[in-house]
Ligand binder design. Structure first.
Ligand SMILES: Cc1cc2nc3c(=O)[nH]c(=O)nc-3n(C[C@H](O)[C@H](O)[C@H](O)COP(=O)(O)OP(=O)(O)OC[C@H]3O[C@@H](n4cnc5c(N)ncnc54)[C@H](O)[C@@H]3O)c2cc1C
Length: 179
């Protein structure tokens, strides 16, 4: 990739090349596009993000920018909400605009939930594991199992539905009228 004042000139491994206004790196945790634009960045497999998500005309999306711990169960949602917010910014400004600024609080909230869940999903020590397994096995007999499940899921629901953090109260269609 070579960036100039009129766009990014990209040559693909197959030999094809083109000039683009914006390159969106949505190629996952081990993003090769990110490596080209940002160099090698240290990765965190329990949830982490890199210090900034855009460099010139290259912008990172999804796991390439912020990969939450698997315990959050939110990686896909963050990637999709990010794509939505990025599309909104491109539609409004022609570039990444305030995409990163809008996404960071939402991503941080969901990542914090993932970190909190790690200790429940991967408890430390045999006793804690036995206790967790016993709880899971007997949950179906619990007289108030719905309330227990609701209590466990409440923080996830709160993090996932914190749309106000990205200032996107309602999904809307970015396609021009009639398409
Ligand atoms: C075990 C596990 C369980 C998970 N469970 C959940 C869950 O329950 N809920 C949830 O929301 N998330 C979950 N996730 C996280 C979720 O899978 C990711 O956060 C999500 O897939 C990120 O989407 P992405 O599009 O950013 O990246 P990816 O899904 O990684 O997509 C990147 C794409 O880019 C392609 N690619 C990479 N390099 C190149 C290249 N050089 N050229 C062309 N293409 C390339 C890849 O083939 C891939 O298709 C889980 C992840 C794991 C590992």
């Amino acid at each position: 990739m070579r960036e100039g004042p009129d766009g990014v000139d990209v040559t693909f491994s197959g030999g094809r090349s083109g000039r683009y206004d914006l390159v969106v790196a949505a190629d996952g945790l081990h993003s090769a596009t990110r490596r080209r634009a940002f160099g090698d960045v240290p990765l965190s497999h329990l949830g982490g993000y890199i210090s900034r998500w855009s460099s010139g005309r290259v912008v990172l999306l999804g796991d390439a920018a912020h990969c939450p711990a698997p315990s959050s169960g939110q990686g896909t949602s963050l990637a999709l909400v990010g794509a939505y917010v990025l599309a909104d910014e491109i539609a409004k400004t022609g570039h990444a605009g305030a995409y990163e600024e809008r996404m960071r609080p939402y991503v941080a909230k969901n990542m914090a939930f993932g970190r909190r869940m790690v200790k429940d999903m991967v408890p430390g020590g045999r006793l804690a594991i036995a206790f967790r397994n016993y709880g899971m096995r007997t949950l179906k007999f619990h007289p108030r199992k719905e309330q227990v499940i609701e209590k466990v899921l409440a923080p996830l629901r709160e993090a996932a539905n914190a749309e106000h953090l990205v200032a996107a109260p309602r999904l809307r269609d970015f396609a021009p009228e009639g398409r």
